[in-house]
Design a binder for this molecule. Structure first.
Ligand code: FAD
Length: 509
């Protein structure tokens, strides 16, 4: 079997020339809650070339300015919606001292800065018009056989971490996309097919090294800077400092069963059986369900199609038992079930993750799937306006070991869920604004109807620029402690973006 997933549910990718974006100026509909996209020319382009040269001279790494080789690729975010927010300069830092130098320089010139790991923030939170501190060169891995931990650089891509782990027959809870940055992934929680056995990825973080706003280089773990360490396990990236390395516990892996099944035009009873059986499956079962609107046929009721991808660590016969009640309701239209080496299964399940235009809106579902949620899906999914892009709702099976810690044990508060849901839309650069507006309106309407039924917050690693109550939704009861830690380590709010935790200020609530 090919390692490339023929049914990849990665987003449709549109690698386009900037010309297709009409000079980069994207006019959004303010009333729809769409984020305004900044113009192409970074406003800190105008800072004197001498000031930029001074920074370049101080770095062991390099400073890349607009127009220089490599700039377009380094500046490009995964979500092309934010591609027109381009930095005045990119510091390709070589070590922690370079980062401290860059922070000091940015403060001196009053220039905003942002940290860039893998560049996959859904909401473009590693884009800036000021100084981008790019961690690409922090890409080493080192396995400690005695402790069974792996130490990785703060800017390494997940794919490089997986390659290192594959070589030693071990793993961590990992996502499907190799080009996502390990830093952003770990700091915001980290969801993957192993989480029901081993917890969220950040649950297994044992230590991290950081550069703080004042340039101090610190280690944070259970013994040293314990509050900061707590914040780094789910508090999200780019807020408390710049993490130059992470050390994580690993677990052994051998073989796993990769699975991918589809069903067309399913009933509500089928959906109820599907969710019920998977909720009650063993922790060794991990999956993601994607529901898409079927093609409307004249005179037919609107239909819903189902795709499940996932893995099971155990015997094939046990997986058959888990799937039997679902298959008895309706035979799948396609089935791939194969027991292979663990990392081959991960490669099969890997998603196409090239850049594209998209927005996701997430909610954790605390408790089992309910008839009310299924009825809302039935009502809303088929209303997809057939805009030129695509719309779907997906569900990651949580529960199991993700509930082993209490909400306040780490910054990752979402501990009661059975599912993580996310409504996704994608669009194309050539799509008309009317058609795109319809897609956003569908997503917002669907989200508003389903959210109150879910009972949980929103996933901070799927940042959603349309979310009004984002701080409570991402952090819940952990927000006051996170703000206190932010106030301690970054009272001047050097590390900031639209949805970053703010420090307390005198007189603020
Ligand atoms: C295609 C795709 C697939 C995904 N799949 C999954 C998945 O399977 N499971 C899952 O849980 N999530 C998934 N995500 C979400 C992903 O985990 C988050 O978007 C994550 O924050 C991206 O990290 P990054 O370093 O690539 O992005 P960036 O945009 O570089 O960073 C994200 C945020 O973290 C900050 N940051 C990054 N690195 C550091 C660092 N070392 N120190 C301090 N701050 C840092 C940035 O400033 C930014 O605010 C996916 C996202 C995409 C686009």
């Amino acid at each position: 079997m090919s390692a490339i997933n023929p049914f990849s549910q990665g987003r449709r990718r549109f690698l386009t020339t900037s010309a297709t974006l009409a000079g980069g100026l994207l006019l959004d509909y303010p009333s729809s809650g769409l984020a305004q996209v900044a113009p192409l020319a970074g406003k800190y382009d105008t800072l004197s070339p001498k000031a930029w040269r001074q920074l370049a001279l101080q770095l062991k790494g390099s400073l890349i300015r607009p127009g220089e080789t490599g700039f377009p690729n380094l500046a490009l975010p995964n979500n092309l919606r934010y591609r027109s927010i381009t930095p005045g300069g990119i510091a390709l830092c070589a070590d922690a001292a370079d980062i401290a130098t860059s922070l000091k320089w940015a403060k001196r010139h009053g220039i905003p800065l942002i940290t860039r790991g893998g560049g996959h923030s859904y909401a473009g939170y590693s884009c800036t018009e000021g100084l981008m501190i790019n961690l690409r060169q922090f890409n080493t891995t080192a396995y400690d056989a005695a402790r069974q931990t792996i130490r990785v650089g703060g800017g390494i891509r997940n794919g490089a971490v997986y390659s290192a782990l594959q070589g030693i027959g071990r793993s961590i809870t990992h996502g499907r996309c190799p080009t996502v940055g390990a830093g952003g992934f770990l700091l915001g929680g980290g969801v993957g097919f192993d989480m029901r056995r081993h917890g969220f990825a950040s649950d297994k973080l044992v230590s991290t090294e950081m550069v703080l706003a004042d340039g101090e280089i610190v280690t944070a773990n259970a013994q040293e800077n314990a509050d900061l360490f707590w914040a780094c396990r789910g508090g999200a990236g780019g807020i408390f400092g710049i993490n130059t390395a992470f050390t994580m516990e690993t677990f052994p892996v051998d073989r796993s069963i990769e699975l991918q099944l589809t069903w067309d035009a399913v009933s509500d009873d089928f959906l109820a059986t599907l969710f019920l059986n998977l909720e009650n499956s063993p922790e060794a079962f991990g999956c993601k369900i994607t529901l898409t609107p079927g093609m409307p046929l004249p005179g037919q009721p609107a239909s819903i199609n189902v795709l499940i991808i996932g893995q099971f660590i155990g015997p094939l016969a046990r997986l058959d038992e888990i799937l039997a009640p679902i298959n008895a309701m309706k035979a799948p239209s396609s089935t791939v079930i194969e027991q292979v080496a663990y990392w081959n299964a991960s490669a099969f399940l890997a998603a196409d993750d090239g850049p594209g235009y998209y927005q996701e809106r997430s909610r954790f579902i605390n408790g089992p799937m309910t008839p009310e949620i299924i009825a809302t899906i039935r009502d809303w999914l088929p209303r997809w306006p057939n805009a030129q892009g695509a719309g779907n709702i997906k569900f990651y099976l949580t529960g199991g070991a993700t509930q082993a810690l209490a909400p306040a044990d780490t910054a990752f508060v979402h501990r009661a869920s059975q599912w993580l849901s996310s409504i996704e839309i994608t669009w194309t650069p050539g799509q008309t604004m009317t058609s795109r507006y319809r897609a956003h309106r569908w997503q917002n309407g669907f989200y508003e109807m389903i959210s109150p039924l879910c009972g949980g917050g929103a996933y901070q690693n799927f940042p959603d620029p349309s979310l009004q109550d984002w701080a409570e939704a991402y952090y819940g009861e952990n927000l006051p402690r996170l703000r206190a830690i932010k106030s301690d380590v970054d009272p001047g709010n050097l590390f900031r973006y639209a949805q970053s935790i703010r420090p307390f200020r005198p007189g603020s609530p």
